[in-house]
Design a protein around this ligand. Structure first.
Ligand code: URA
Length: 190
């Protein structure tokens, strides 16, 4: 039933997109739903979220929480790859999603959450955090590593894996937040 609803939502998302999309995947009865920003080139190629460099950091996430990829549901706010084209070389490179792209796709994320009904939505970076809190002033810097109670679930914000690749000083904080998340999950499931 949930799977069917997700398939229908995916078809709607494909029909309304001018670019190839990467839809969410994983356990439709998941306790944890993980939300990133948008797919990159590798994800578009594989038609799966979090398979590129960020996927390696996802593996660490799963290892610390003692989970398998199949235990959780993984998705992004924006389902297309936001890119810019270098005029000289014609090569594409990633860019942050625009306000319009976020507005176009966040309804699909809200629907995915509605269908799956997870207990905890783990957000990676500012884009999913702001989209779910519906507050553009909230930042990951002030909210990371603490659970925020929503009507039907908790939001647990973490830094985005890509920001860790570029800002090594965040690595320690990210790891500490993962341990806090593990403790939090233990607390609500016992
Ligand atoms: N890959 C994804 O699917 N999402 C991100 O946010 C980053 C990499």
């Amino acid at each position: 039933m949930k799977q069917e609803k997700l398939e229908q939502l995916k078809s709607k998302c494909i029909a309304s997109s001018r670019e190839p999309i990467v839809f969410g995947e994983g356990n439709s009865n998941a306790f944890i739903l993980l939300v990133g920003e948008a797919p990159g080139a590798k994800e578009i190629e594989a038609e799966r979220p979090f398979v590129g460099q960020a996927g390696k950091i996802l593996d660490e996430f799963l290892e610390v929480l003692e989970l398998d990829r199949e235990d959780i549901y993984i998705t992004n706010v924006v389902k297309i790859r936001p890119y810019k084209v270098n005029e000289k070389t014609g090569r594409k490179s990633n860019r942050p999603p625009s306000k319009e792209e976020i507005e176009q796709y966040e309804k699909y994320l809200l629907e995915e959450i509605n269908i799956i009904q997870p207990r905890v939505v783990v957000t990676l970076g500012n884009v999913p955090l702001k989209a779910l809190l519906r507050d553009s002033k909230t930042t990951i810097g002030e909210k990371h590593g603490t659970a925020i109670q929503m009507e039907n679930h908790y939001v647990f914000p973490l830094y985005h894996p890509a920001s860790i690749i570029y800002r090594q000083e965040l690595k320690k904080i990210y790891r500490e937040d993962l341990v806090k998340l593990k403790e939090f999950l233990k607390g609500i499931s016992s």
